[in-house]
Design a protein around this ligand. Structure first.
Ligand SMILES: [Zn+2]
Length: 181
């Protein structure tokens, strides 16, 4: 049983970078055997919610739900792989697609954060022959897939090879970023 008294400075309503503090989180983060950190529920400008340590917020260590780091991860490619759900209404009419992901907001909003949305599917070229696995990279497309290519370098259909796809996106974006050994 801890005899330490708690004094939490209320920072709800305050803004730290992209985050606005909503409320104190009921749990504390344990630090060592006798210390605890206050945790705060925050809403990010991107729409996501996250939990952050008060000291990290005040110290400027945490300024977003993670979307900022994601958008500024220089020299790195962050790749999410997920299953695309086909959404239908009660009459089984198509409503579009949504990525299978945790939470209600993230699947809807992840598309706005990332630069590329690539769908892998089996495609029949010219309607004949065996279906071939391919990447669908741009919209609009005849499958109504929510594909997106911010680089502007991709064709609608690319061969399903992630490495070559990244090379194609990056190579022409800027000559000589930082060549890796
Ligand atoms: Zn965010």
């Amino acid at each position: 049983m801890s005899t330490m008294s708690w004094r939490i400075v209320d920072i709800s309503g305050q803004r730290f970078g992209r985050l606005v503090v909503v409320a104190l989180h009921p749990e504390r983060e344990r630090y060592g055997t006798r210390y605890y950190f206050a945790l705060w529920r925050c809403r990010c400008d991107c729409g996501a919610e996250c939990i952050a340590r008060g000291s990290h917020l005040r110290g400027g260590k945490v300024t977003s739900c993670g979307c900022f780091q994601l958008q500024h991860a220089r020299g790195k490619h962050v790749v999410f792989i997920g299953i695309l759900d086909r959404l239908t209404d009660d009459f089984n009419r198509p409503l579009g697609f949504q990525v299978q992901m945790e939470g209600a907001k993230v699947p809807r909003e992840i598309g706005a954060i990332v630069d590329e949305i690539i769908i892998m599917d089996w495609v029949k070229f010219d309607g004949r022959g065996e279906p071939t696995r391919a990447f669908i990279c741009t919209s609009p497309n005849r499958w109504n897939y929510p594909a997106k290519d911010r680089s502007g370098r991709l064709d609608q259909i690319e061969e399903p090879h992630l490495g070559r796809l990244l090379t194609k996106i990056v190579d022409q974006r800027k000559p000589a970023a930082t060549p890796e050994a």
